[in-house]
Ligand binder design. Structure first.
Ligand SMILES: [Zn+2]
Length: 202
């Protein structure tokens, strides 16, 4: 068990009373009736009832360890959330007990088999882990030879969220550090494409 897991905060679900990692807790309710902190399994049961999804079955997936192209092992945790017409299955690493590092999401049909959705998600994680975008160069981190960078736009507390914190290869890269990497290519052109987090990104 790594440091991130040891620091895991747990909250007791207000419905089933199970002690649950806080990333798997949802604030559920309304301003009139008040909010309760419930686990995603109880949350999904509420949504399934509201939406008449009698076939939906919540599955709690155990963490999975997967190695990247450099042999480093990453531990992925899973979270399943129903939202009316779809179900979102997320995989993420933990940083100080909260989702961080590599994060992935796939959207599926709530009446379909969640295991098939998990297989799709694992396939996407494996493909992402097989790619390296930033490598350690003689003068610090640099963009790999293929010249393509894929990543996630994150919130940087240190910048009050004014400037992004990039997550590339599962690592936090500050906007400044990324700018320095780009300067190797001064005078070159570039193309920036934004994709939803549930989209395939190849
Ligand atoms: Zn619960």
């Amino acid at each position: 068990m790594d440091q991130a897991e040891l620091g895991q905060r747990k909250i007791r679900c207000a419905k089933c009373e199970e002690s649950t990692p806080d990333f798997d807790i949802v604030n559920y309710g309304s301003t009139e009736k008040g909010y309760r902190q419930i686990c995603t399994r109880c949350f999904n049961a509420e949504i399934a009832k509201l939406e008449g999804l009698d076939k939906f079955e919540h599955v709690r997936f155990d963490p999975v360890e997967l190695a990247d192209c450099k042999g480093k092992v990453h531990v992925f945790h899973f979270r399943t959330r129903l939202f009316g017409p779809g179900v979102a299955l997320e995989a993420f690493e933990l940083r100080d007990g909260s989702p961080g590092g590599y994060q992935f999401q796939v959207i599926g049909d709530p009446n379909a088999d969640l295991l098939a959705l998990l297989a799709r998600l694992i396939d996407r994680i494996r493909r992402a882990l097989s790619l390296q975008h930033i490598r350690e160069g003689a003068f610090g981190p640099e963009i790999a030879d293929h010249g393509i960078v894929r990543g996630r736009i994150g919130w940087d507390d240190a910048q009050d969220g004014q400037i992004p914190l990039l997550i590339i290869d599962g690592q936090e890269i500050t906007w400044d550090a990324f700018g320095r990497m780009l300067m190797t290519y001064e005078g070159s052109q570039f193309k920036l494409e934004i994709r939803d987090k549930s989209e395939d990104f190849e």
